[in-house]
Design a protein around this ligand. Sequence first.
Ligand code: GDP
Length: 313
Amino acid sequence: MQSQEKIRNVAIIAHVDHGKTTLVDQLLKQSGIFRTNEAVQERVMDSGDLERERGITILSKNTAVKYKDIKINIVDTPGHADFGGEVERILMMVDGVLLLVDAFEGCMPQTRFVLKKALALGKRPIVVVNKTDRPGARPLEVVDEVLDLFIELGADDDQLDFPVVYASGRYGYASLDPENLGEDMTPLFETIVNHVPAPQGELDAPFQLLISSIEADDYVGRIGVGRVERGRVRMGQSAALCKPDGTHTMVRISRLYQYQGLKRVEEESAELGDIVAVSGVTDLGIGETLCDPEHIEPLPFVQIDEPTISMMF
Ligand code: GDP
């Protein structure tokens, strides 16, 4: 087993308006490799027209930030409803979860729904009490509410021992001390790096890639997004695409991308733990495995139910 110490994969969970987009923009601004204006101009986490119209985030979107020499992939989770196993599949790509809660409003229904799934999957969330700059903010009470919610949702002892970061995405600071506002986002970066386990698995083994979501791109068409669960994958290589019915077809991975800031950037190769996007594979579906053509070993298929929108409360 290898541990990929230069990678952290986290999902972000928040009730709508608790400041997810602003916080991610701020992490982008304060992370080394991306220019400030790049991050602020296009807010990809909110970019779909449908999402804008409704003011909610529907599609899962990925962002990568760099802290020191560690790449942190941040994946968005839909908080409002479960589109048939979508949340589980997204949570399976990550080793940690950021639970973002407004310091004034406290816990809300949309957070609860995804938190329940994250806890059930054994994730250990980091709690980020956000908008601590708000007049009337009550960060300590909110932490108590979060603790009650964890208990109610059946969190185990490890999960109950969650780290808490007090932040203001708007003003760009974070702190471990509710009495003492931080100066920048360093405490949040440090908490992610120290509390989210690095991806683990076999690096020197035939590659496996589980497709967890599908994105559409005007230029390259259908794009599959997922995590490399084993080995290394190269752009242009052939692969077996394993279907849920047990069959497979031979395909070529025409293009391979990783995330940099808000962008997808072509990469020659990727390895264990990387979250990647692939295009040029027709007929690619959610839950399917791309793997080494010489070692056809699909990962377990996560059942996708019909979409349900009534599960907010
Ligand atoms: P999202 O729906 O979770 O992505 O939330 P947004 O990032 O779009 O923020 C929702 C609203 O809260 C916007 O009006 C933001 O300006 C505001 N907001 C975000 N972060 C903060 C913060 O740290 N402090 C305050 N006071 N307002 C914030």
